[in-house]
Design a protein around this ligand. Sequence first.
Ligand code: ATP
Length: 838
Amino acid sequence: MSSGLTEEQKRRIEENRQKALARRAERLAAQRGGQVVIAGPQVKEQSPGSRGDLKEEYNHVRFITQRQQNPNSPAEQKSYLQKDYDHYTANQQMAEMLMNTSRPTEREGGGGASQASGRMQKLTNSAGAGSNFEAASYKKANSVTKGECVKYGEDRFQVKIGYNAELIALFKKIPSKSYDPAMKKWNFSLEDYSSFMEAANQLSSVVVAPLEGENTWKKPSALVKGRCMLISRLRFEVDIGYSSEVIGVFKQMDSRNYDMNTRKWSFLLEDYPKLSEYLQVEPLPEAVIQTFAAQIQRSTSQTDIPDADLSVVDSKIVTSLMPFQREGVNFAILRNGRLLLADDMGLGKTIQAICIAAYYRKEWPLLVVAPSSVRFTWAEAFHRWLPSLSPGSTNVIVSGKDNLTASLINIVSFDLLSKMDKQLKSTFQVVIIDESHFLKNIKTARCQAAMPLLKAARRVILLSGTPAMSRPAELYTQIAAVQPAFFPHYHSFGLRYCDAKKMPWGWDYSGSSNLTELKILLEEAIMIRRLKSDVLSQLPAKQRKMVVVAPEGISAKSKAVLAAEAKRMAKGYGSKQQEKEALLLFYNRTAEAKIHSVVEYILELLERGNDKFLVFGHHKIVLDAIVAELKKKHVEHIRIDGSTPSAERQSLCHKFQFSEKQVVAVLSLTAANMGLTLSAADLVVFAELFWNPGVLIQAEDRAHRIGQTSSVNVHYLVARGTADDYLWPMIQEKIKVLGEAGLSETNFSKTAESTNYCPKPDPKQKTIYDLFQRTFSENRDDADEVLLLEAADACSEFDSGSALQGTEGNTCSVSPPKKRRIEEFFKSSISKNFNLYL
Ligand SMILES: Nc1ncnc2c1ncn2[C@@H]1O[C@H](COP(=O)(O)OP(=O)(O)OP(=O)(O)O)[C@@H](O)[C@H]1O
């Protein structure tokens, strides 16, 4: 019966019907996208009817897109392909969820059908697009049938495979098909081999290995852009535009894996040579290929780090290493002494570096480059951990005129290094760079001075808890120092990992890209990094460190004043009151002398990215100087001292605890050492010492208290030639006594690098030490202690140390009652018989 419609009308109606169906399929897919989740059980929850509808609708979509293409026009074919893909994008998530989790069937099927040539297209249109889509849509993950092509006679081939409906449908479309009833197998002419393989590659539920000796891989007909990236120690990923030919090849790789979330294919590294030859994509960088050569060549790669034989190193340091520190040393030795040791702050990078360097002792002299504030701490640490060193074996460079190779161990600051260009011609085989991120800017003088040294050295031990603070570009120099051959040119590193962009003014390397690969590369070949949380069980609750600040930080005038005070004290005083006054004055002068070094150290801590820390000081001038510097640098801070009203303290603590920004808490040792919770910090810095260790420990406990989840690092800043020379050993002695009596778990002697700090037993110093002992350590009761603290407070309120000599001429004044109390204290304390108080 005729419908009475013209052919053109029928065609339009059919076209509109198909379009409507396609839209409906899209709508449905979008609606159901939220309901259906990857594997079988959820799919089963749908009614059979709804499944059928969906299948049908998908088929219609595919059918339309296939019919619309004009195979004679390559341009149109391309735009059609794109349309086809775009059209599917809305449904993609849904479709992929419905399909085998590791196969991008929809993209393969749709695109493949439109890209294939004549004979091939016929096959995919019928088998690849229609029936396979239905079947695959409801397959469970892993239900892939595997088989292989084998020769059948001279000019035919056969497919050895189990039953698979999709494949049978495909077989039936092959023009040269023939069924061998004896073998119960289909066979085909070799003429149909490539079109069969191409069609079979598009089936989601089938993997067919090619004929032996037949290379079915041809380079993709069009250039497909993409790049290879490392995604683990064993696998790489190919990020590539869609191409059915490429996908066909991917599916032949045994190690293939398709990630449904990222929609990317990945393979074992051993497949890299084969795939990289075939694909015209950005390859893995040479550094990655070198580093993972074992995995690429399928030879076994080392996963466990072997225990190094440390019998050549002083047993003291070897036996002191914590297990994770020993691992760090092993890592370094496995990498021939070239590494970036990037452990979190306070995990003992110094002890590890010394042990690694000592392993290569035959290659010394050793050069240590460190921030100026910690040069002397390094010298102390060497003598502490390597008792076999003779006393003169460390040479701390203090001026550009010093000899850089004068001793076995030479320690220089970054800035002095850059001023010693003439001497830099002599090379060192073993170099330690402390805080190696100081070299992050290739243009700086310090970096330009250090890099040639590092490239020439056999062993390079870089130490930094924060190797890069904001972008991968900051890592370049450190990587180049450890492995100069990895990225000989900054630009190639920038392109790969810094998302380098060409700008009108030049290249911008401030971005980041391929960070997973960078991380794996660093961990495999360059860096070892442990966070405190990783090794917390091995750490003590508190890690104390004595930092010997640089003497240049103390002006010549201050040194002279301190020396004069020390001389006066050594001569002895007439009365006990005069002795005490002299000591408090000495203590006061020490504060003045240290200010510069203290501020420098705090700025270095900030530069290293320490977000929150506490700084304790006693004297007002010290606290003022720190706060002034923080203000200048626009660093958020709180200050709690004796003048802070009680009502305000809580809100200041709250600000410190909960602010997300970098905040420094500047605290008075005597006015803020109790009752405050500042556990958001895990670093406590003592700008000044105090004779009463109880005060120090209470101050430490502002951070080390309930709420603290980390090990607390404590840095005591001490300066030679000052009251610290006497206070430090005195504090240790007191703590030792308490520890022996079971009254304190704290043992400063064991936890801080102090062995060489104690003043030499010369008679003059002995007298002063005794004086300190008598004044600050002798028996006294609580009330006396409070008065002594008040006296010290009073001293701190003056810009010069004459608090007890009257207020005239001083900018700050002590209230008359307080002054009276202090004076009374000095008079009365002489005759008292003190009790032990700590
Ligand atoms: N195995 C150990 N035995 C005893 N003390 C140790 C050990 N490891 C580290 N320490 C002590 O812990 C403190 C912190 O160590 P160190 O200064 O080396 O840490 P770091 O990682 O270099 O920290 P930063 O990044 O702040 O420089 C030091 O006082 C050090 O002596």
